[in-house]
Design a protein around this ligand. Structure first.
Ligand code: PEP
Length: 255
């Protein structure tokens, strides 16, 4: 399957810093990008436009937004719409990142509403799912992933055909205990969680569930990226800290 390497820059980089890193990624890409691999960078909202400009002309490089509000427009002080994000060059959005769920209190229902809204308004969507350490230790991996995916599939309107999601909807499995902690999930843990995610996608979508990319995220670094991306059902990587520096991210892209 086509693989996706994504960068989440979180609340780091002003416009100049973002443009510089984006230009370095763009310049280094031809030497490292394997066939059939695509790269998506999620900068802070204020830097989306300059990153999109730095990526212009590079088909494999696209830009996304880390957050948005699921309404076309309106009295939502402090929020940004998907049309506004598209206007500055975003083609993708993230939904359900663990920092949005746990710091900002976004519920499964809110995350599902955002993902459905973005997809129905023409945005490619990366839906993040994953269990906390406590949930894993209690043996609740399956239940948590099922609950998070059920929230999405039960709010998806019938008019949004499963097949129409191919190429526009991807899942990122990110165990909360591995995000920003330096603690990467081991191969057995990743294989198990990606196997569960794939089985759930097939349960909800039948054959189409086999075609959706499932990315792994959580303390991915240049020295573990190659082993992670080679695992069954790992169709890409979502990278936080190690994507902030172009050379480190380029090594991951080429891993
Ligand atoms: C993330 O922000 O999605 C992430 C996986 O962060 P890190 O790579 O820093 O763990």
């Amino acid at each position: 399957m086509h693989k996706i390497i994504a960068a989440n820059w979180k609340m780091y980089k002003n416009r100049m810093e973002a443009a510089t890193t984006a230009a370095e990624i763009s310049a280094g890409l031809p030497g490292v990008l394997p066939e059939g691999r695509e790269v998506v960078v999620f900068p802070p909202a204020t830097a989306i436009e300059c990153v999109a400009q730095a990526f212009r002309g590079q088909k494999a490089l696209t830009v996304g937004a880390q957050n948005f509000y699921p309404a076309p427009e309106g009295a939502f002080t402090g929020e940004v719409s998907v049309d506004m994000l598209r206007d500055v060059g975003a083609e993708w959005v993230l939904a359900g990142h663990s920092e949005r769920r746990h710091i900002f209190g976004e519920s499964d229902e809110m995350v599902a509403r955002k993902a459905v809204f973005a997809l129905s308004h023409g945005m490619k969507t990366m839906l993040c799912i994953g269990e906390t350490l406590e949930e894993r230790e209690q043996g609740h991996l399956y239940v948590v992933l099922e609950r998070q995916l059920t929230a999405f599939f039960s709010s998806k309107p019938d008019a949004m055909a499963d097949e129409a999601l191919t190429g526009r909807f991807v899942i990122a499995y990110e165990p909360v205990w591995a995000i920003g902690t330096g603690r990467v999930a081991g191969p057995g843990e990743v294989r198990e969680a990606h196997g569960v995610t794939r089985a759930l996608l097939e349960k909800f979508m039948g054959e189409t569930g086999k075609k959706l990319p499932v990315l792994y995220g959580g303390s991915v670094k240049p020295d573990n990226a190659g082993a992670l991306i080679a695992l069954d059902n790992v169709d890409g990587l979502l990278v936080g800290g190690a994507s902030l520096e172009a050379q480190s991210f380029l090594q991951i892209i080429g891993a």
